[in-house]
Design a protein around this ligand. Sequence first.
Ligand code: NAD
Ligand code: UDP
Ligand code: UDP
Length: 323
Amino acid sequence: MRVYNAERRVLVTGGAGFLGSHLCERLLNAGHQVLCVDNFFTGSKRNIEHLLDHRHFELMRHDVTFPLYVEVDQIYNLACPASPVHYQHDPVQTTKTSVHGAINMLGLAKRLRARILQASTSEVYGDPDVHPQPEGYWGRVNPIGIRSCYDEGKRCAETLFFDYHRQHRLDIRVARIFNTYGPRMHPNDGRVVSNFIVQALRGDPITIYGEGTQTRSFCYVDDLVAGLNRFMDAEPGFTGPLNIGNPGEFTIRELAERVIRLTGSGSKLVFEPLPSDDPMQRQPDISLIRDKLGWQPNVQLEEGLKKTIAYFDQLLTETARNA
Ligand code: NAD
Ligand code: UDP
Ligand code: UDP
């Protein structure tokens, strides 16, 4: 596929979050101008502190549920809390962020005739009865459960993207991101990789929800961001939806044991109740992105965990020193 690489003005919503901050950095390194828009609900200035002095970087505090009038060439719409702990904290706001946020960013893209990418999620497949999950699978999602604000919000955002595409000929990209981890996850983020690493480094018990037999497939952040970027810059008309993730599948118990081994921690495993609607299995079918874009993940779990452990180790040491 042909790839376009000229310098652009790029808007990244949710740019101060975990994935967004890595994406902003990658875009700046590629010579683009970046406008980072974030309301700091789960993101932080710390994530983008090192970019603030870059002459092509601009930060704007703004909530995407309100209209936004700026001038850009491309939009990556990442704004939305991603950890169940955070998206369930204010579920109405979560749905508003996905749905009103998508409408506003699509309205902006329509006025500017800008290409727009949506950070969708493997959660649109719910608790899947097809395994691994290809893009053609419609999912098995509870519309009224505690995860629905996120799952259904993201599903509705996908609907809006495809309706703007059909109705207004908008140039869209819908990326379905599978569990991603790496440096700059928040230590209190609540997702499994950061929880286990922080617990192991502190010598606290490792909290396994359920029996730990549920599976996830973990993608290292650098691979993920490279995939998003390649998708955005692929030739016109390639809308997706497109799975991006690492097909390496592990039980949560395996993940815990691996983190304990790699940290050399003496932490014990403790078992807590499985939250409702927690999917039992998840693994991306990445044939489409492999075939169309030649993308595949390069960083396997062992190596990615080592880098993430090194990040949290340094962060916890700094926090202890400053306390
Ligand atoms: P994150 O919580 O670190 O980042 C989300 C960012 O969006 C934060 O900086 C937050 O402050 C900002 N935000 C939230 N609501 C906002 C609003 N109303 N207006 C403006 N900014 C707002 O999460 P992340 O892991 O970086 O996820 C980024 C995107 O990728 C999300 O859309 C998420 O749904 C999607 N995603 C992530 C994963 C993953 O494993 N990390 C998996 C699937 C999908
Ligand atoms: N919008 C925005 N920035 C723009 C243009 C539109 O935030 O530059 C918002 C605006 O609030 C609008 C939404 O996007 O409600 C959808 O825009 P669209 O043009 O699709 O719908 P309309 O304005 O006709 O309701
Ligand atoms: N999980 C766990 N202990 C934790 C945090 C999460 O066992 O401290 C489990 C959780 O129940 C789920 C899996 O790990 O089965 C992945 O959870 P996460 O919140 O990271 O992502 P998601 O459920 O959205 O895939």
